[in-house]
Design a protein around this ligand. Structure first.
Ligand SMILES: *Cc1c(COP(=O)(O)O)cnc(C)c1O
Length: 390
């Protein structure tokens, strides 16, 4: 009864057992794994900021001045100058009245959604939205409707035919985390206006990376003003840790009063806040634009070479480049063989992606060398052929 062995064995038999690998040293383009240097193709540290000198210096200075902990949740005594400074900087960056920092993207989504939406309300959510959105929706106890991925005709139909006593919330990833494609934000913004819905975009993979000035997928689509709740994370493109929501002053005040993951959790520590602040300044500078250009170059090179070798990259339009495999076991075998050749790429299985759509998920970094990426594509092609075609 209380023995977990059977459950673990079942996971192993289905090829769904997961375990962790330990990286030695910083999250760079090449990392040390099991005492061997490998090319890191599965980090969300897209701009290489996780060990950037400016972020490290900011974090060290903050520790010297403020210590290592915030000591309490924000509403108790855990609000420091650095929280306010980071929130003001994020609001300016996103062009909103206000912003609020959360401890992680997962905490943000599971806090924000139930704070804004409840019984009698309806959530319209893309089927491929991140697990933290699904969990936030389930916590809210609102009716939860998932529309087929990016299918605007289906969403319009659902909006038209669903009786709603309270609020409607349309929610989407800006960049889909496992597919690397972009949400149709302009169409979603039009539907939001037509049906008087609240509109929330989770830009975990877009913040700092996507859009002419790195303000995210809404900037790229020219609809920043249409997004009521702009959520993003600080631990991916920004190279730090945590998350934010940007929006109206009223939205932020309501979240301060209602979002349980904000209220009941010790706030982010000084080093993380200072590093995040330095990261926003950096992505909002010419140096940030250079990093985005380098990332775009690396992404094109890698994706074009994969296409030329006959791989299916599943509609990727960003630095996230999946390679379609299908079943779990071959996806994991592919990943194992690449690691043996010095390329660290994760295989992605259910429940992260739907059954039958297992894949290798490759992520590019601005700090990858182009020769390294060419070697990676050569290895991927060779292993793909050995495994019986692509
Ligand atoms: C990674 C991710 C999150 C969670 O963010 P963390 O800061 O890692 O908790 C939320 N939403 C999306 C779309 C993500 O990819």
């Amino acid at each position: 009864m209380n023995d977990f062995r059977e459950e673990l064995d079942a996971l192993r038999q289905q090829g769904l057992f997961r375990s962790m690998r330990v990286i030695d040293g910083p999250q760079a383009g090449r990392v040390i794994l099991d005492a061997r240097e490998v090319l890191l193709l599965c980090s969300n540290n897209y701009l290489g900021l996780a060990d950037h000198p400016l972020l490290k210096e900011a974090a060290i200075c903050a520790i010297e001045r403020y210590g290592v902990s915030s000591g309490a949740s924000r509403l108790v005594s855990g609000t420091m100058e650095l929280h306010e400074a980071l929130e003001a900087r994020l609001a300016a960056f996103k062009g909103t009245e206000s912003a609020l920092v959360f401890n992680s993207g997962y905490a943000a989504n599971t806090g924000i959604i139930p704070a804004l939406i409840g019984k009698g309300d309806v959530i319209f959510s893309d089927r491929l939205n991140h697990a933290s959105i699904v969990d936030g929706a389930l916590l809210s106890r609102a009716k939860f409707i998932r529309y087929p991925h990016k299918d605007m005709a289906a969403l319009r139909r659902l909006l038209a035919e669903t009786d709603v006593a309270g609020r409607r919330l349309i929610i989407t990833d800006g960049v889909f985390s496992m597919d690397g494609d972009l949400a149709p934000l302009a169409e979603l913004a039009a539907l939001k206006r037509e049906y008087g819905a609240l509109f929330m975009v989770d830009d975990a993979h877009g913040t700092g990376v996507i859009g002419p000035t790195g303000r995210g997928s809404a900037e790229l689509c020219g609809i920043m003003d249409a997004v009521d709740v702009q959520m993003g994370t600080l631990g991916k493109g920004l190279g730090s840790c945590g998350a934010y929501v940007a929006g109206s002053r009223d939205l932020i005040e309501l979240l301060v009063n209602r979002a349980r993951s904000f209220i009941f959790s010790t706030s982010l520590p000084p080093a993380v806040l200072a590093a995040s602040l330095a990261a926003v300044d950096l992505v909002d500078s010419p140096a940030g634009a250079d990093l985005r250009r380098q990332l775009a170059r690396n992404t094109s090179l890698f994706r074009d070479s994969l296409h030329a070798a006959g791989f299916n990259t599943m509609g990727s339009e960003t630095q996230i480049v999946p390679i379609f495999v299908g079943e779990a076991e071959p996806a994991m075998e592919f990943s194992r063989r690449l690691l043996a050749e010095g390329f660290f790429v994760q295989g992605i299985r259910p429940p992260t992606v739907p059954a039958g759509s297992c894949r290798l998920r490759c992520t590019l970094m601005a700090t990858h060398g182009q020769d390294d990426l060419e070697r990676a594509v050569t290895a991927i092609s060779r292993v793909g052929k050995e495994m019986g075609g692509t």
